[in-house]
Design a protein around this ligand. Structure first.
Ligand code: TRP
Length: 330
């Protein structure tokens, strides 16, 4: 029996601030794809330019740092391909070719387009930003990715991408599936709450960073909101609405039942719980942080991982470009 091995493709923008949400929601999943699939992980630097073009230095500085965090989290460079988007020039070439068949209205109706302009201002309303979902499809298609682990906010991009693939195959495929229709796979831990209870995010300033030191982590945990009706120890608490309790799930699930019971009965106060949690969280993060420190001091190793992965990625991309150009009679 042959086991079907999926080509998993995903990417992250090198904009810094990788946090606990990335670790438990994304990177542990990437780690497992190294074993179970043929995994391609992209440093999406061109994507970073769509909103951060005014500050190229910041994007450049985060490249190796972000990959060091990936490696520290357990992503295995021997069993996956880690590469730099801008160095795989076939991606940009494919974007130009596919742009010929993409109606502008398809791009305008992707919800992140208007949403991000409202959030970040009209200076990001560039041609490149409008084309962001197409660039993302090109990332996936050029590696023949068929499974794409993404967060909920990216589902509309994937749906758009599938439409582009169908249109391409219909127009130029002559009955064949020249491009592969990618499928999104939602991460099983969709949302990790931040210190204020909203989704953990660098832009909300509520994130516990992988790169934080232990004191900073402890301070952030102490500042976390809990059940607002539980004012002092003795008051019965509602763990189901408490972000500290949600984080316990990731850090030490064996403790959940005991903590929930003690919180509800009032026996456990929030201050004691946070002190305990901060300690456990630091224990949980310690090995990752130690590996991160090691990779930071071995930058040539990280650069080599990227260089080798980029070469491998280009081999795949060249083959796809050849097929696409042939289909388009170029
Ligand atoms: N757009 C994704 C984000 O902002 C990052 C990304 C770029 C990506 N290219 C990708 C994700 C390809 C999945 C597949 O988070």
């Amino acid at each position: 029996m042959t086991v079907e091995r999926h080509r998993v493709m995903s990417g992250m923008r090198p904009t810094g601030g990788l946090h606990l949400g990335h670790l438990v929601g994304v990177l542990t999943q990437w780690e497992s794809y190294c074993e179970s699939a043929d995994a391609f992980f992209e440093i999406a630097d061109l994507h970073a330019y769509t909103t951060g073009f005014m500050d190229p230095r910041a994007i450049r500085d985060e490249r190796e740092e972000m990959v060091a965090v990936w490696l520290a989290a357990g992503v295995d460079p021997q069993r996956s391909t880690i590469y730099l988007q801008s160095a795989v020039t076939e991606i940009a070439e494919l974007q130009t070719l596919l742009s010929m068949i993409v109606p502008v209205s398809w791009l305008e109706r992707v919800p992140t387009y208007k949403g991000q302009i409202e959030a970040l201002g009209s200076e990001i309303a560039t041609y490149g930003f409008l084309g962001y979902p197409l660039l993302q499809l090109c990332d996936i298609a050029v590696m023949r990715g068929d499974r794409v682990p993404v967060g909920r906010d990216q589902l509309a991009h994937l749906e758009f991408g599938r439409e582009v693939v169908r249109r391409f195959n219909y127009l130029y495929g002559d009955g064949a599936q020249v491009l592969v229709e990618p499928q999104a796979t939602l991460s099983q831990f969709a949302e990790v709450p931040g210190t204020d209870g909203r989704k953990m995010s660098k832009s909300y300033d509520n994130a516990i960073l992988i790169a934080d030191d232990e004191e900073t982590t402890t301070r952030k945990v102490r500042s976390m909101i809990t059940d607002p009706r539980k004012i002092r120890r003795g008051d019965p608490g509602r763990p189901e609405i408490c972000p500290v309790f949600s984080l316990w799930k990731f850090v030490n699930p064996l403790r959940l039942d005991g903590i929930a019971a003690a919180c509800r009965s009032g026996e456990l106060g929030c201050v004691a719980d946070k002190t305990d949690f901060a300690e456990q969280l630091n224990v949980y993060l310690r090995p990752v942080r130690e590996r991160l420190a090691a990779y930071r001091t071995d930058r040539p190793f990280v650069e080599d991982v990227i260089a080798r992965g980029t070469e491998r990625a280009r081999d795949v991309a060249r083959g796809v470009l050849r097929d696409v150009k042939r289909a388009m009679k170029l």
